[in-house]
Write a protein that binds this ligand. Structure first.
Ligand SMILES: NC(=O)c1ccc[n+]([C@@H]2O[C@H](COP(=O)([O-])OP(=O)(O)OC[C@H]3O[C@@H](n4cnc5c(N)ncnc54)[C@H](O)[C@@H]3O)[C@@H](O)[C@H]2O)c1
Length: 327
């Protein structure tokens, strides 16, 4: 028997509705059964592009359908919490796109609603399966760097945050967008060590939008590591994607497809190239299917994503006050 999946949001900006449809269709044990978008023209597109899937005129219509077991929320950030709680209360499992939600209060409401309904809740943190992140994880776990004390993770360049991405009220801005991936990756790299304090600076400007166009966040973890996220769309010169400093060696990834370690390394001149791992975003949906069909452990646990939401929340507070925010 397959788990019936309904997609909510079939947007045009990055074709993410179509992306999720493809992922679901490729996953054994899952079946794409429905699509809903608030915009009738996107529903028409879904009708053409997703034959065999029912297209609903209302969200409630999808939630009332017993053939839909799981909804996937692929909508603007401010809608994730209310749509998620509504789906849990209707007895559906929920997969929400990143960012999980706007703050920890919303995260708690989502987690409680899912627990009360005894339904799954998870977040599409697909970048936990990015090749560059997996490379950092492997190198750190190998011990080659010695004791790691500093991590810099950056995504910046020059682009325009279009549509709702440029609107604060809808959860736009750098930190909720790329920042949602970078904070989640850092939390995963550090667990079980948790964040203890956050300091952040924000820049607004360079594009005609009401959100931050640059965010730099320093997170101290209880294991002593200081990690920095740097994310922005007004950067004429970018930082490397990753720089990880350990007491024995440091790892540099200028982009996502090359990696080198330099330092006190056995059998080398002190510098060596590292093979970059392959990305495997499909691992997310394979895990969902195994979780829902066979009871496997959920890879992306909402309680862990909530830690990253706490970092984002603390960063905005730090930006407002100019102070370090302790957890
Ligand atoms: N994980 C990734 O790699 C990745 C990449 C891109 C986007 N995203 C995420 O996907 C989500 C959507 O982004 P996007 O780029 O597809 O945006 P988009 O603007 O292209 O699409 C959003 C769609 O949601 C619809 N919508 C808005 N409110 C709705 C509601 N209440 N009910 C139903 N439909 C509604 C809109 O009509 C639109 O078609 C965001 O959370 C974004 O962060 C994730």
């Amino acid at each position: 028997m397959s788990i019936g999946v309904g997609l909510v949001g079939y947007g045009v900006q990055f074709g993410m509705g179509k992306h999720h449809a493809e992922q679901v269709r490729q996953t054994q044990g899952l079946e794409l059964r429905g699509v809903y978008d608030i915009d009738p023209s996107r529903r028409e597109t879904a009708r053409v592009e997703q034959p065999g899937a029912r297209v609903y005129d209302t969200y409630e219509g999808m939630l009332e359908d017993p053939g839909i077991d799981t909804v996937v929320l692929i909508t603007p950030h401010d809608t994730h919490a209310p749509l998620s709680v509504q789906a849990s209360r209707a007895g559906k499992h929920v997969i929400t796109e990143k960012v999980m939600c706007l703050n920890t209060k919303e995260a708690d409401e989502m987690i409680s609603a899912a627990r009360e309904a005894d339904r799954a809740l998870t977040v599409y943190q697909n970048r936990r399966w990015d090749g560059d992140y997996l490379t950092v994880l492997n190198v750190m776990e190998s011990g080659a760097l010695g004791r790691v004390f500093q991590i810099e993770s950056s995504v910046n360049g020059w682009w325009f945050p279009a549509g709702w991405r440029g609107l604060k009220a809808q959860g736009g801005g750098m930190l909720y967008d790329w920042g949602a991936h970078l904070t989640d990756q850092l939390v995963q790299l550090m667990l079980p060590a948790k964040p203890v304090s956050v300091y952040a600076t924000f820049h607004h400007g360079g594009h005609d939008v009401d959100v931050e166009t640059q965010a730099t966040v320093v997170i101290r973890f209880e294991n002593g590591v200081a990690a920095q996220i740097d994310v922005g769309c007004v950067s004429h010169i970018s930082r490397p994607r990753w720089l990880v400093r350990g007491e024995r060696a440091a790892l540099l990834m200028e982009g996502s497809d090359s990696a080198k370690i330099k330092g006190d390394l056995e059998d080398t001149s002190g510098e060596m190239t590292v093979a970059v791992e392959k990305s495997d975003w499909h691992a997310f949906y394979k895990n969902i299917s195994r979780h829902l069909n066979e009871g496997a452990v959920l890879a992306v646990k909402p309680e862990e994503v909530r830690i990253a939401i706490g970092v984002i929340e603390a960063a905005f507070e730090s930006g407002r006050t100019g102070q370090v925010v302790d957890f």
